[in-house]
Design a protein around this ligand. Structure first.
Ligand SMILES: *[C@@H]1O[C@H](CO)[C@@H](O)[C@H](O)[C@H]1NC(C)=O
Ligand SMILES: *[C@@H]1O[C@H](CO)[C@@H](O)[C@H](O)[C@H]1NC(C)=O
Ligand SMILES: *[C@@H]1O[C@H](CO)[C@@H](O)[C@H](O)[C@H]1NC(C)=O
Ligand SMILES: *[C@@H]1O[C@H](CO)[C@@H](O)[C@H](O)[C@H]1NC(C)=O
Ligand SMILES: *[C@@H]1O[C@H](CO)[C@@H](O)[C@H](O)[C@H]1NC(C)=O
Ligand SMILES: *[C@@H]1O[C@H](CO)[C@@H](O)[C@H](O)[C@H]1NC(C)=O
Length: 464
């Protein structure tokens, strides 16, 4: 049985924090964006089923943050949630401001209920499609998340699309995620089953529902070209995203431009982002936009409607999926997904190898382990504070792997013995993906050191 989860990695950097050098865009003067967020519980029915959600400014998903390359973001969080929180901006490098990364007990202490906290950072030389989300317990699964878009005054693809559309994919649950987590973390738990039952079960009798909530609808105009910014904000599920009859060209992965890459279906794992260009080149009609779960999970497809201007309304367009077969989730082939600008990959100066597995801890609860150690935060002393106070990291549960030379280049190998795939993400860094495959041995000759894609979230295959 597969146990799913996303691994977040923190690279501990001992040397002094360097301030970012301002990047000057052609003709653009960076500005400060004041973002005012109240985190609160609100009763909503996004899919017709009425439930209490944790929200940003009462919305699900939260408001989109749109800024330009080089800008400053001042994000004020008013916590009215009735519990502590912290906000992470996923994909932001936080050069010079690691304490604004928003990870409780790693970068900061939590923001207690009824307190305010302001995150203050620049998006110096970053562009692209990102997202923000609460990083405390399971709050983002209950709704505390939204898109964060960094526009690029020098976008090399600007002339190749007419409009932008943000598409956020989410494996929306009906039960409060804190309750699901409690069920998940018990010795009796059947892991994945917990949420499968929640997603595939109809609302219980007596639920308060809104009739005909309908599918999400995206408007297309014949012959226009769209840049879809696709963000996977799932708790658990990887998806295959597609639009019936329309192919798409990938141009961005996790905030970095790629060479154009034409595909039918886009595999996208938790926390990954892609931009694709889609041309409205089909007859004026209604088409299904779909997110398919990997076949092994056997859950119903998530659907939305692409409606061409001039077509009659059709709440249930006919199914016309691409016929390529779906298997266990793997990332878009990193051999065909290439960076727009090739870089010379530096020689590594250090090598870390990690074994990943899931097994029962000594109290019988299945947990994730890295080299046989499951991370436990120190809720009295945040990691970053320890670093600045030059404390040691000798407790095994800190899972601390230290590189302490400026400019160090680390090769990280992950050997996954679990029968499920897992998305891996490093905060504050983008890494080159040199290779993935099956088995527990790495063939160094198979690694791509010529033009690998650089990104911040990648999938480690099942038993790979
Ligand atoms: C944000 O950070 C900048 C740079 O450190 C500082 O000049 C500015 O005063 C800060 N703004 C607020 C509201 O804290
Ligand atoms: C989003 O990520 C989750 C978690 O891995 C994955 O199961 C799901 O298929 C992804 N969604 C898409 C559209 O790829
Ligand atoms: C993890 O454990 C393996 C042995 O199982 C060892 O070879 C490797 O060095 C360890 N990784 C790190 C980063 O310490
Ligand atoms: C095992 O995991 C559970 C759930 O997180 C935790 O409550 C318990 O303390 C863990 N046991 C040990 C020995 O770490
Ligand atoms: C993993 O840790 C447990 C508990 O500390 C120990 O009993 C077990 O032998 C370890 N397994 C390996 C492969 O090192
Ligand atoms: C960890 O280091 C502290 C001092 O920083 C020391 O008091 C403690 O005994 C050490 N623990 C282990 C398990 O080595």
């Amino acid at each position: 049985m597969a146990f799913y989860g996303i691994f977040f990695f923190y690279i501990i950097f001992w040397t002094a924090v360097v301030s970012p050098t301002p990047i000057l865009n052609r003709g653009y003067i960076p500005k400060t964006n004041n973002i005012d967020f109240t985190i609160e519980k609100v009763t909503l029915a996004p899919d017709g089923f009425t439930r209490q959600l944790s929200t940003v400014n009462g919305q699900f998903p939260g408001p989109t943050i749109e800024v330009n390359k080089g800008d400053r973001i001042l994000m004020k969080i008013r916590n009215k949630l009735g519990e502590s929180t912290a906000m992470h901006a996923h994909g932001m490098l936080q050069r010079g401001t690691p304490w604004f990364d928003g990870v409780p007990w790693m970068a900061q202490c939590v923001i207690p209920d009824d307190y305010e906290f302001t995150y203050n950072f620049t998006v110096a030389d970053q562009v692209g499609t990102h997202w923000y989300h609460a990083h405390e317990t399971m709050q983002y699964v209950d709704g505390v998340f939204g898109a964060l878009i960094i526009h690029d005054p020098d976008d090399p693809f600007k002339s190749e699309y007419d409009e932008e559309i943000i598409v956020m994919l989410n494996d929306y649950h009906h039960t409060n995620a804190q309750i699901l987590l409690k069920q998940f973390l018990t010795p009796e738990s059947h892991g994945e089953e917990v949420r499968k039952i929640d997603i595939s079960t109809k609302a219980p009798p007596g639920s308060k529902c809104v009739d005909n909530a309908g599918l999400a609808k995206f408007e297309f105009v014949k012959d226009k070209k769209y840049r879809l910014r696709i963000i996977n904000t799932s708790a658990f599920s990887a998806f295959f995203f597609s639009i019936d009859k329309h192919d798409m060209e990938v141009i961005e992965a996790d905030g970095l431009y790629t060479k154009r890459n034409k595909i039918h279906r886009l595999p996208i794992n938790v926390a990954q982002r892609y931009s694709v260009i889609v041309t409205a080149n089909q007859p004026v009609d209604n088409y299904i936009m779909r997110s398919e779960f990997q076949k092994t999970i056997n859950l119903p497809n998530i659907k939305a409607i692409v409606h061409y201007e001039g077509a009659p309304d059709d709440p249930e367009p006919k199914d016309n999926p691409w016929s390529d077969s779906l298997t266990e989730y793997v990332d878009l082939d990193h051999k065909t997904l290439q960076p727009l600008e090739e870089e010379k990959i530096p020689e590594s100066t250090k090598k870390f190898e990690f074994k990943i597995d899931f097994h029962k801890n000594s109290t019988g609860v299945v947990k994730a382990f890295l080299n046989n150690s499951s991370y436990i935060p120190d809720i009295n002393f945040p990691t970053l504070d320890k670093i600045f106070k030059k404390k040691s990291f000798n407790e095994t549960s800190a899972n601390a792997y230290i590189f302490d030379k400026d400019g160090e280049v680390v090769d990280m190998y992950f050997i996954n013995s679990d029968d499920g795939e897992h998305p891996f993400h490093i905060h504050g860094y983008q890494f080159w993906v040199l290779g993935t495959g099956n088995g527990d041995k790495v063939d160094e000759n198979e690694l791509n050191t010529h033009n690998p894609i650089k990104r911040d979230t990648a999938t480690i295959p099942a038993s790979g």
